[in-house]
Design a protein around this ligand. Structure first.
Ligand code: M6R
Length: 608
């Protein structure tokens, strides 16, 4: 969704802002803009569409400045127009904003009465006018910001510059991530470390309620009571290579292929030291031993990771486990059992629905919370008691791939740790699970080798308008994930069902035009799945089956089979995710859609 970058330097910051905005493109946006302080003037360029168009316009106008802010906007309040794009300006004060100001209508009315006129329909413009209002009263830029944010209800990350104070930039954070990058004689602000990684790796993550002031050579951070505070400096491990495409055609393809490495990194500590509670934090042992059940909350692909984990947690750890879509949970009168561990799953750590569900769970009396997340220092892990960071590396493609399989790897480790702490797993079983994990990256690599075969299948999917995905047990969530991937990037309508449910309704959809993808590993449900497949064949449906090397399956008319490596036991859902990702990717490729930036979607969903 929206992205922020700002820079103050002794060199032209325009290329820094443009490059930063390009690196934020993956989050999803529909307009972009920059504002720079050029001498005693504020100059601004905004465009709907891509950053490249805005860059061209800035080039034509000869922008060159030592201080400026930039923004990619994903429209919420007001349509996709140049007037609604950021930065917004009020009498020489320019600012960019991520988040939503809930009391903007009330502030708008008040500011109108004070004589301010509005050019946009955004909630953000009220912040620009409030800033000017407090500057006019004699406050300096920082004090004006500190007064302004106290008037705001809602969520914000803000970066502000003013033509009256060309030697500094100020910023603030509440509910949306914002960090400061420390350079040599130059400093930066960004909503995401990828926006400034070309300039510096040293970052300060602002905390809730913080404001900060940056000059070229200094950074001062203030807490919510406007007291000067010291915040830790981190060395970011995001690499430039992870943000570059390399030899791949799309980030999604790159990220699919990075999965053996991403999974190996995520399970590294367990492979080296066994299933230890410390993977989830220093006091995890006491917490995990004490819980009597698990409630998982997540959205989208992360929700499907949670659904898979439910099968594991109940079967292996012997604890009751519920999984719920965060946006549903947060608005229902849920029954809370404070002895149940709340597990939130979010690759971005910023998803508003998941964050709000977590807060709601706490308000209901849940004391123990654990977050599985891929982005260090993001909001959800910061609000959680225990954390496990997946080590997928930056995921740029909007469609989640390596973040999902690493979430599964983390959830499996959680399952075994819970099972051990609750005395449900013998030493022998534990050794077996460790062995299965050890094989996992290699098996994922084998599954990736199926890409040429899957690409041939994709040619047949490309002209279709609908597809059905079937799975049973542990593989039902993978069928759901396969259908979601196909929908997201190829825009083919896809549904997933537990195969046993087919005859209760969806079978009516099956005809010769409906491809039916079946995830049919060699497990105890295989014979059941085969019967369900017969139901499809008898109605003329064409089957595309993913099974294992060692299962007794043969191709026949209308039944196409691709075999993943040997059956991966309890970790089989991770292996069977790879082919459905590749199928979606190659189908989208054949249809010529924008694979990495599918229409209407954003990488981090920070709105309701
Ligand atoms: O960052 P999160 O994992 O919390 O995101 C949740 C969903 O928005 C996300 O998984 C979405 O469904 C992806 N586009 C899936 O590919």
């Amino acid at each position: 969704m929206c992205g922020i970058v700002g820079a103050i330097a002794d060199r032209d910051v325009v290329p820094v802002l443009i490059e930063g905005l390009k690196r934020l493109e993956y989050r999803g946006y529909d307009s972009a803009g920059i504002a720079v302080i050029d001498g005693r003037d504020v100059r601004r360029v905004r465009r709907t569409g891509r950053v490249a168009e805005m860059e061209a316009a800035a080039g034509q106008e000869g922008f060159n400045a030592r201080l400026g802010v930039g923004h990619t906007r994903w429209a919420t309040h007001g349509g996709v127009t140049e007037a609604n794009a950021h930065p917004h300006i009020s009498h020489g004060v320019a600012l960019v904003h991520n988040g939503i100001i809930e009391n903007h209508e009330e502030q708008r009315e008040r500011l109108r009465q004070l004589g301010y006129e509005f050019e946009s329909q955004t909630d953000t413009e009220v912040i620009a006018h409030l800033m000017h209002h407090y500057l006019k009263q004699g406050n300096d830029l920082l004090a004006a910001l500190q007064r302004t944010v106290k008037e705001l209800t809602g969520a914000y990350a803000l970066a502000v510059v003013s033509r009256a104070e060309p030697e500094r930039m100020v910023c603030a954070r509440m509910g949306c991530p914002l960090l400061i990058g420390l350079g040599e004689g130059e400093n930066f602000v960004a909503s995401d470390v990828s926006a400034i990684i070309q300039a510096t790796r040293q970052v300060i993550f602002l905390e809730e309620g913080d404001t900060a002031e940056l000059t070229r050579t200094s950074v001062r951070v203030f807490d919510g009571d406007d007291q000067l505070v010291q915040r830790e400096v981190h060395l970011s491990d995001v690499s430039l290579a992870s943000l570059e495409l390399g030899p791949y055609r799309h980030f999604m393809q790159k990220e699919i292929h990075e999965q053996p490495r991403a999974i190996a990194d995520t399970i590294e500590a367990t492979i080296d030291g066994g299933f230890l509670p410390t993977l989830f934090g220093a006091n995890a042992e006491a917490v995990l031993k004490d819980v009597e059940g698990v409630q998982i909350l997540a959205c989208g692909t992360s929700y499907y990771a949670g659904m898979t984990a439910r099968y594991w947690i109940e079967a292996i750890a012997g604890l009751p486990c519920s999984v719920e879509i965060a946006s549903e949970y947060r608005y229902r009168a849920a029954y809370a059992n404070p002895k149940h561990l709340i597990v939130t799953i979010s690759q971005s750590g910023e998803t508003l629905d998941t964050m709000e569900a977590l807060k709601y769970a706490k308000s209901l009396g849940h004391q123990h919370t654990l977050s599985i997340c891929n982005v260090p220092e993001s909001a959800i892990p910061r609000a959680s008691e225990l954390v496990c960071y997946t080590r997928a590396g930056a995921e740029i493609g909007v469609a989640s791939t390596k973040a999902f399989t690493t979430q599964l790897a983390a959830l499996f480790q959680l399952t075994v740790v819970l099972g051990k702490l609750h005395g449900r797993i013998s030493e022998e079983e534990e050794a077996g699970y460790l062995e299965e994990l050890r094989f996992l990256p290699g098996s994922v690599q084998h599954a990736l080798n199926l890409e040429p075969q899957i690409a041939l299948w994709a040619e047949r999917f490309a002209p279709k308008s609908d597809a059905l995905f079937l799975g049973r047990g542990l593989h039902y969530p993978i069928a759901l994930e396969g259908a979601l991937k196909l929908k997201e990037i190829s825009y083919i309508h896809a549904e997933a069902y537990p195969a046993g449910e087919l005859k209760h309704g969806p079978l009516a959809l099956v005809d010769a035009d409906m491809p039916v993808v079946v995830i049919a590993p060699n497990d105890k449900l295989l014979e059941k799945v085969k019967s369900n497949m017969q139901e499809v064949r008898a109605r003329g449906g064409e089957l595309f089956v993913f099974t294992d090397q060692d299962s007794n399956f043969s191709e026949s008319e209308g039944v196409h089979v691709i075999r993943t490596p040997r059956h991966a036991g309890v970790l089989s859902p991770i292996i069977h995710t790879i082919p459905v990702q590749l199928l979606a990717y190659h189908t989208a490729l054949a249809r010529g859609t924008d694979v990495d930036k599918p229409r209407n979607l954003a990488k981090s969903v920070t709105v309701e």
